[in-house]
Design a protein around this ligand. Structure first.
Ligand SMILES: Cc1ncc(COP(=O)(O)O)c(C=O)c1O
Length: 375
């Protein structure tokens, strides 16, 4: 059997040809492929606007900054997330306030949000952790009741669904990552999807040094169009070479989702009844994209999570620890947040290999090795 990889992009001749065509076209940034990818995302999400950026992180920074969130403001966020979510709040000078998570879904616990709201709270930044949609209806109600902004970290959840609708249509602003481990990838990249047309226009300008017209709008115009710079912006552009790869990936999305689902179902069938393991919990009203496959060790077993990971590594099975507790990392320790569920999950979870090219034989091998290591 070929060596098992933990994650890898599902790229083939389609993506290679798309990248080459973008290079040959001369439009390597700010061109038609970016427009096409933005339209494809907006259509898929059922949202009117999509703005491509260089990463989730730059997109989130830009959104928070453009919404006027900054020093003195507090943003509610789970600690159990990739640290980028929390860092984005710090980058605009605001203060992250950590909320605990639901032990079944690993997503922000709506019941813990009201206790964390203060006079300084400006926004909630919930996360669809490892692609499983969070309880956005309940979170949206709390946000409305307290007049808070709602910005969804949908970095991992592109093509997941909540109550039958694609993620991206629930919150006023959702931000996706296009990083190599995501379901649709352009290597690096991000996509902001929003219902707010004025915000989308500002984000488009801000990603390009505040410029009033895009290069594509100016191209070939007669008489010449002159741009202005109404506000200070950044360089957070995604290239057209990346966008072309993204467009090719979108065409293969149904296939990629089917393969991920098949791998997940096989893991569930093989490991589901194991007395030492807790499988991912999927509420009946959500459909995950299976961006990652995370399992949890029961508390009372002898083998530690780290020892199990070491054993699996020796058996040719690469794993990663489960989602991190950001508040335990040095930059956030001084906040002294106490999040019992987050702290417990961060010790007990690990992720198994998951990507579309993982064969069912490989899933069986991983399952066999997990079972053998636990014996
Ligand atoms: C939940 C979450 N938020 C944000 C990010 C950051 O995304 P990017 O690497 O595109 O900046 C990631 C990346 O893995 C993530 O998992």
């Amino acid at each position: 059997m070929t060596p098992i990889q933990f994650a890898r992009p599902y790229f083939g001749p389609e993506e290679a040809a798309a990248a080459a065509a973008a290079v040959e076209s001369g439009w390597v940034v700010g061109g038609p492929k970016l427009r096409q990818l933005e339209q494809a995302f907006a259509d898929y999400c059922g949202a009117p606007h999509a703005v491509g950026v260089s990463s989730w992180t730059t997109g989130a920074f830009l959104v928070l900054k453009t919404l006027g969130i900054g020093p003195g403001d507090e943003v509610l966020v789970p600690s159990l997330t990739f640290i980028a979510t929390v860092n984005a709040i710090m980058h605009v000078g605001a203060t992250p306030v950590f909320v605990d998570v639901d032990p079944r879904t690993y997503n922000i616990d709506p019941a813990d949000i009201p206790a964390k709201i203060t006079a300084r709270t400006r926004a909630i930044l919930p996360v669809d952790q490892i692609g499983l949609p969070c309880e956005i209806d309940q979170i949206g109600e709390i946000a409305r009741a307290h007049r808070l902004l709602l910005v969804a970290d949908a970095a991992c959840s592109f093509a997941s669904a909540f109550r039958g609708r694609a993620i991206g249509s629930q919150a006023p602003i959702s931000i996706f990552s296009l990083h190599a481990r995501k379901v649709v990838t352009t290597g690096e990249g991000g996509m902001i999807v929003t219902t707010d047309g004025d915000l989308a226009e500002r984000l488009r300008r801000q990603r390009h040094q505040g410029m009033s017209l895009s290069d594509y709008q100016r191209h070939g115009q007669s008489p010449t169009l002159f741009e202005t710079y109404p506000e200070i912006g950044y360089n957070f552009r995604i290239t057209d070479v990346q966008a072309a790869i993204g467009v090719a990936q979108m065409a293969r999305l149904p296939e990629m989702l089917r393969l991920r689902r098949a791998a997940a179902e096989r893991y569930l069938a093989r490991l589901g009844g194991h007395p030492d393991l807790i499988m991912p919990f999927v509420p009946s009203h959500v459909t995950p994209n299976w961006q990652s496959f995370q399992i949890r060790l029961r508390e009372d077993i002898k083998l530690s999570r780290n020892a199990l990971m070491d054993q699996l590594h020796e058996r040719g099975v690469p794993t990663r620890r489960g989602v991190m507790a950001s508040h335990m990392e040095p930059p956030y320790r001084s906040m002294q947040a106490h999040l019992p569920v987050t702290e417990m999950l961060a010790q007990q979870c690990l992720q198994l290999p998951m990507h579309p090219a993982l064969s069912l034989d490989q899933v069986d091998f991983v399952a066999d090795e997990v079972i053998a290591a636990l014996k």
